[in-house]
Design a protein around this ligand. Structure first.
Ligand code: ZN
Length: 325
């Protein structure tokens, strides 16, 4: 799962904060117990040092290491016994004096070997959701996608099929899912459905980037002129690496050689690495063919599933309806 650099950084910061908070809570709890039962502190300190101390003494005096260790073991045993008596007498648990890692799987480092641990993944998911909700205002739902705004008959049936396809897509999303191209005039629900997909796919733990075409191109532009290689990469890598990229309103940007090559790169890179992309546009298929390079058009129509939104501008209908009521 490829989360953007900023999501990953924030998630790691939170994990580190959680780890520190848990560690100081452990320290506070343990010192409070030691404060109350100073003998426990003494015992624990002795237990930690005896083995090393005696082994060292035996080594340096040339004595019998085995004998010294046996002696240490015995001493430890009686200390441990005294310790458990004190614990029992005061209703304390063994665990009360232990430092617990915040995550038993990774010990709070966020990784098990090379693999990202579930605890860090969960934090990434939450951080990414924050980004998405800020962007999507968090109101669109599949239930809120009202089919009665579409003219009865063929168009409404088409739109019902599109809605169902989008719900299935969001529910079954997995790496290698197909890409989709939403076309149709403004106010026909393209943004609404892509927002629902974005939220649900992110909810399932995949990395999702949702942005307008304008924003994406301006990030590529900024990356081109950034002074540090790392900043430059951070600006654009999220568009290339996320599991699902949703580009809203393609065609509103000023078309230049630069935007064409950036778009080609995004579409082609993602196609090659089998990452899904959803593009929505107010342009018709013919207008797209006119506006974009043949290499872009052939990929859009060759590998994206085309979804043609039809009907009347819903935002306008809503407004008219509101005026009547
Ligand atoms: Zn973990």
């Amino acid at each position: 799962m490829a989360y953007s650099a900023s999501v990953l950084r924030r998630a790691k910061e939170r994990l580190e904060q959680d780890r520190q908070a848990a560690a100081s809570a452990d320290e506070r709890r343990i010192s409070a117990i030691y404060e109350k039962y100073p003998r426990l502190r003494e015992i624990d300190q002795q237990l930690q040092s005896t083995v090393a101390k005696i082994a060292f003494a035996a080594f340096s005096s040339g004595g019998d290491v085995h004998e010294a260790l046996e002696k240490a073991k015995e001493e430890n045993l009686s200390l441990q016994q005294e310790r458990s008596w004190i614990l029992q007498a005061n209703d304390l648990e063994e665990a009360d004096l232990e430092r617990q890692p915040i995550c038993p799987d990774c010990g709070g480092t966020g990784y098990v070997g090379e693999v990202m641990c579930g605890c860090l993944k969960e934090l990434c998911r939450q951080e990414q959701k924050k980004d998405l909700s800020a962007l999507l205002a968090g109101r669109e739902t599949f239930d809120g996608f009202r089919l009665d705004y579409y003219p009865e008959g063929e168009i409404r049936r088409d739109m019902e099929r599109i809605k169902t396809a989008c719900m299935d897509y969001a529910k079954n999303f997995a790496p290698g899912a197909p890409s989709m191209l939403f076309t149709g005039g403004p106010g026909l629900g393209k943004t609404h459905l892509s927002a629902c997909i974005a939220r649900q796919v992110a909810e399932s733990g995949y990395s999702v980037v949702y942005d307008t075409a304008m924003q994406m191109f301006s990030d590529f532009e900024a990356a081109k002129f950034g002074s540090f290689e790392e900043d430059r990469r951070a600006k654009t890598e999220k568009y290339l690496q996320c599991d699902l990229l949703i580009i809203d309103d393609l065609g509103t940007e000023l078309s230049t050689q630069f935007t064409q090559s950036a778009l080609y790169r995004v579409i082609n890179d993602r196609m090659v690495s089998q990452r899904a992309t959803i593009i929505s546009t107010n342009l018709s298929p013919d207008e797209l063919k006119e506006r974009y390079l043949p290499q872009i058009v052939s990929r859009l129509f060759g590998t994206f599933k085309l979804r043609c939104f039809r009907g009347q501008d819903i935002r306008m209908l809503r407004r008219m309806k509101g005026a009547q009521e």
